[in-house]
Ligand binder design. Structure first.
Ligand code: PLP
Length: 395
């Protein structure tokens, strides 16, 4: 009899989004005439931009003709798209070679698959509160996990210290759920720690396009020393509305080696074994994101989400509620007023003003007492939610 991977029984049920769905469903059953203001969604609400739609249509037409039809794509990505992404880095002053860029089907896929490169006896460090997939992917692999709690005292951006014993370091900046962004100086500390200890940083840059303070790093590879200790995982999901279209990219520098093994070469071997590449049509749509027209259009959409953030931040400022994020990220992380717990605050604003957010406790124990608002909702709902919060909590 085949033995299943027993580590799956170590996974904790994720009650967060299930509970939210149950509570909102129960509320609507009791109050069918009410509209909910959903400030908890992690999905985008705006459609793909015109440049992407046009490219997708053209690619579909290509597949209909003998001359332009494409079969299997190169496993690591269309070479011209890898070049394009390397130029995108170059425009930000970061040198990344085309064959260090791997086109992917999104960050979630990569965050799971990339663990193939590391020994299962290694230890992963997860800075909490955290995107839940980091923990679960390592539990499935049976890897030991150490949790590093963060809090208001360090702006939810903890620094490394020698008491931390870990080999794989997850850093998400701009962060989901806190919206906090590491400065160059603090990121340098993690890079130095990783190089000193032979660790590898998995840098999740899914929200880099939301950074507007240009002193903040968009990429770990803008930090000296990072090419010998980091892998960067990116996504077009939030940047360009690809949550349902699926494309991302991962950067593995050729200098990244441990024990005489080269992670870039290992990943080429992995991809050529385990995938047959991202579809031609999707890569064409993804390439359109990096055209001048595509960049303008995606940033027009990002501005709409940023305006939602501004509206919510103004409401919190008026109420004198502590928060971080919002400015360089699509998430706002606030302290629940009146010492309420995350779920108490969830119930309170659902029942009183029909606003739905995400309880911080769902992102790790140190998220208790905090709450996440997402800025991906509609502008109309966001304005109404902000007004309702001010009215309720300003009493
Ligand atoms: N990383 C972070 C921090 C995220 O918040 C998300 C999605 O919400 C992902 C990765 C997954 O992105 P993708 O849609 O590319 O799989």
């Amino acid at each position: 009899m085949i033995t299943p991977n027993k580590h799956y029984s170590d996974l904790k049920d994720s009650y967060l989004f299930y509970n939210i769905a149950q509570k909102t469903k129960a509320y609507l059953e009791k109050n069918p005439d009410k509209h909910l203001y959903r400030m908890g969604i992690g999905d985008v609400s705006l459609p793909l931009c015109d440049a992407v739609i046009k490219a997708l249509h053209e690619a579909v037409n290509d597949q209909a003709t003998k001359e332009n039809f494409h079969g299997y794509m190169p496993e690591c990505g269309d070479p011209s798209l890898r070049e394009t992404i390397s130029r995108y880095y170059g425009e930000k002053g970061v040198m990344v070679e085309a064959d260090e860029v791997f086109v992917s089907s999104g960050a979630s896929d990569e965050l799971g698959d990339i663990l193939d490169l590391f020994d299962r006896n290694s230890t992963a460090l997860v800075i909490e509160p955290a995107y839940p997939a980091y923990v679960d992917a390592n539990v499935m692999a049976g890897r030991k996990i150490v949790h590093l709690a963060s809090g208001e005292e360090n702006g939810f951006l903890p620094e490394p210290d020698d008491s931390i014993k870990a080999d794989l370091l997850y850093i998400c900046s701009p962060n989901n759920p806190t919206g906090a962004v590491y400065s160059r100086e603090k990121l340098q500390m993690w890079v130095d720690y990783a190089n000193k200890n032979g660790a590898v940083i998995l840098f999740d840059a899914a929200y880099e396009a939301f950074i507007e303070d240009e002193t903040l790093p968009h990429s770990i590879f803008s930090i000296p020393g990072s090419r010998t200790c980091a892998i960067e995982i990116c996504s077009l999901s939030k940047t360009a509305g690809f949550t349902g279209t699926r494309m991302g990219y991962t950067v593995i520098p050729k200098e990244l080696k441990r024990d005489g093994m080269n992670f870039n070469e290992m990943w080429v071997r992995n991809r050529t074994t385990k995938t047959n590449g991202v579809s031609y049509i999707i890569q064409k749509g993804g390439a359109a994101v990096f055209t001048p027209e595509g960049q303008k259009q995606i940033h027009d959409n990002i501005k709409i989400y940023k305006n939602n953030a501004k509206v919510l931040m103004e409401a919190l400022d008026k109420l004198g509620i502590w928060y971080c994020g919002g400015k360089n990220a699509p998430y706002i992380w606030l302290k629940c007023p009146n010492n309420m717990s995350s779920w108490e605050f969830f119930d309170y604003i659902l029942n009183e003003i029909q606003v739905v957010g995400t309880p911080g406790e769902g992102f790790g124990a140190c998220g208790e007492g905090y709450f996440r608002f997402s800025t991906f909702g509609s502008p109309e709902d966001t304005v109404e939610a902000a007004n309702r919060l001010v009215k309720l909590l300003g009493r």
